[in-house]
Design a binder for this molecule. Structure first.
Ligand code: KIV
Length: 295
């Protein structure tokens, strides 16, 4: 049974909350098996899988497709879909439609919005409509052209701005708050003050939970940020496996004699269909292609 935002809220203070990004079904399934609480379909997919040099080009379509893949592989973890640059904030109706689509069509349980003064009312509206909102303050990479990737909230005025926006988003109904690349003292202060869980990345050890970009956590990223830690060496393993394949083909040791015999098998679910047996379950449930959404 999928966790709810209420489960996540009640975990705060009991034990640290864990969140990783996931952009595809196999990664989501592995995270789920490890018991990770939340899976964020982050717009960091732009810098990771999609090869952009920032998150700005990421589209609603790209996030929607990745959200569907992660949701299909997930029963327990709460799936949070990140709303990409300019998919919210231009017009309320389009913002609500873009957010709602992630729940209605792609199976997300909540959305994350990079927050600012312009997202307080939207958070209230989405929450009213039953779309749980994770707020995000501190370093918000969609503002890279204004602030780069520098630590935020380092002087009193900037810290006060973050404190006040955090309170406003809590009042507007956000169920949790990501704090990215802010001083540990500020993160601790907010964690003590707010009733919603804080989830930190580069924000020290005092938040209610921690999030990392999965590519950084597994050691796949070429240039992880200084505050990340890699808990594995997937890049090294991939390099070895791929070099092994090339060697095997070139020296004739792959394939073996007879390796082409037998049934090609089925890479899908056991019965070869979708998990719920409904071949149409990837399609629009309301038949609305959502073509007025910002792409
Ligand atoms: O897109 C993302 O991966 C994020 C996390 C770093 C919080 O926003």
């Amino acid at each position: 049974m999928t966790r709810t935002v209420r489960d996540i809220r009640s975990k705060a203070g009991e034990r640290p909350i864990t969140m990783l990004t996931a952009y595809d079904a196999p990664t989501a399934a592995i995270c789920e098996a490890a018991g990770v609480d939340l899976l964020l379909v982050g717009d960091s997919v732009g810098n990771t899988s999609l090869g952009y040099d920032s998150t700005l080009p990421v589209t609603v379509e790209e996030i929607a497709s990745r959200t569907g893949a992660v949701s299909r592989a997930t029963d327990e973890a709460l799936v949070v879909s990140d709303l990409p640059f300019l998919s919210v904030g231009i017009e309320t109706a389009a913002s609500v439609r873009n957010a709602g689509r992630m729940l209605k069509e792609e199976g997300a349980n909540a959305v994350k919005v990079e927050s600012g003064p312009h997202t307080v009312e939207l958070t209230d509206r989405l929450t009213d409509l039953g779309i749980p909102v994770m707020a995000h303050l501190g370093l918000t990479p969609q503002r890279v052209n204004e602030v780069g990737y520098a630590q935020q909230g380092t002087d009193e005025e900037a810290a006060a701005g973050i404190r006040s926006l955090a309170r406003e988003h809590e009042r507007a109904g956000a169920f949790s708050l990501v704090l990215e690349h802010v001083p540990a003292d500020l993160a601790r202060e907010l964690t003590d003050e707010l009733s919603i869980p804080t989830i930190g990345i580069g924000a020290g050890p005092h938040t209610d939970g921690q999030v990392l970009v999965v590519d950084d956590a597994i050691g796949l990223s070429e240039r992880p940020p200084p505050f990340a830690r890699s808990f594995g060496d997937v890049r090294g393993e991939m390099q070895e496996a791929i070099a092994g394949f090339k060697r095997g083909v070139e020296d004739g040791s792959f394939p073996d004699d007879g390796a082409g015999d037998g049934d090609a098998g089925d890479r899908g679910t056991e019965d070869g269909g979708t998990e719920d047996g409904d071949p149409d379950n990837g399609e629009d449930r309301d038949g609305d292609p959502g073509d007025d959404a910002v792409q």
